[in-house]
Ligand binder design. Sequence first.
Ligand SMILES: NC(=O)C1=CN([C@@H]2O[C@H](COP(=O)(O)OP(=O)(O)OC[C@H]3O[C@@H](n4cnc5c(N)ncnc54)[C@H](OP(=O)(O)O)[C@@H]3O)[C@@H](O)[C@H]2O)C=CC1
Ligand SMILES: O=C(CO)COP(=O)(O)O
Ligand SMILES: [Zn+2]
Length: 348
Amino acid sequence: MFDKSKWIQLPRNVLVGHEVLEELSAAVSELYLSGRPLLVTSPTPNEIAGDRVRAQFDDPATVTISEASFDSVERVIEVGNEVGAGYLVALGGGKAIDTAKMASDSLDCGFISVPTAASHDGIVSGRSSIPEGDTRHSVAADPPLAVVADTEILADAPWELTTAGCADIISNYTAVKDWQLAHRLKNVEYSEYSGALSQMTAEMLVGNSDSIKKGLEESAWVVVKALVSSGVAMSIAGSSRPASGAEHLFSHQLDRLVPNGALHGHQVGVGSIVTEYLHSGEQGEWRDIRDALDTMGAPTTAAGLGISDETVIEALTTAHTIRDRYTILGDGVSEEAAIEAATFTGVI
Ligand SMILES: NC(=O)C1=CN([C@@H]2O[C@H](COP(=O)(O)OP(=O)(O)OC[C@H]3O[C@@H](n4cnc5c(N)ncnc54)[C@H](OP(=O)(O)O)[C@@H]3O)[C@@H](O)[C@H]2O)C=CC1
Ligand SMILES: O=C(CO)COP(=O)(O)O
Ligand SMILES: [Zn+2]
């Protein structure tokens, strides 16, 4: 008897483009939500677009958080209960969006994602990544009911946030390879649709890397569409597997070793150069990954990330302990192998 079943959760409305922020309330009313909106934001996004969001709603409440943490999540839940929030509107980068994503789960209400930075694919996904002490929790949550990504705002954001988003997408290359490897070696469930979508998204971005340029609103358009596509791939898979492999383990480990270090996307990009080399050797596509990152202005070396060569090696040799996710790192790469891969690819 056929007894497979699956529940795929996706945003219902995705608005991307010039000045779509003004269409936020229209996108929300389309969702049949009721109750008071609670705007969850952080200082700079609030300054940039908070008033434009509030102007579109009757009696909106606002909570401003300054860090992504469990305390911030608690604070949003508290304010949400106090004001009787019917739904949350997350305005900002990953900090505001991930905090709202987690809080909306506890408040049992939906949330709308309004990114002000195209910095990673968490703006669309059903996963929250919250740091705690020297570790980071990657938690499953519901994805946004709608995404409203105004390319005018995104193009105005600091360029490194956009190159971080690009690198997070490019890393899907190696994430999919890790997923396929885990499928072959460990019988991990693999979704052809999700894997193909994720891989194609990365290939399209690499193919267009020379058209992604600072100050061009069209670049924000290309990047945010790729972030949406990557988020959809994760929703189809029901896990972050299509967008998070060994390069993400490397980045999560760096977060532990160097708190407040480089941007997530920049770390996974550098990780991808090395893990592609581990997958395919000297003739693999690690040069394409490196060159695409370089063309966009994303870091390709330890120095570019502002970390020491020793930290790169420590992260590479210990990253497999981060979580139960089989990747090319297997049960751990030796120090010699890590040094060889990082040196050959020019990362150290
Ligand atoms: N769910 C997922 O898959 C993932 C989630 N994350 C989470 O996301 C967080 C990192 O996300 P990220 O977006 O990089 O970080 P932030 O939300 O902290 O944003 C980065 C910086 O950019 C500022 N900023 C945001 N938008 C603009 C803008 N339009 N113009 C000028 N400045 C702006 C913020 O200001 P201010 O400080 O004033 O807010 C902040 O200083 C991490 O804390 C992590 O928890 C990371 C990776 C993956
Ligand atoms: O960053 C992500 C995908 O790009 C999410 O991955 P994690 O599940 O490793 O947090
Ligand atoms: Zn990522």
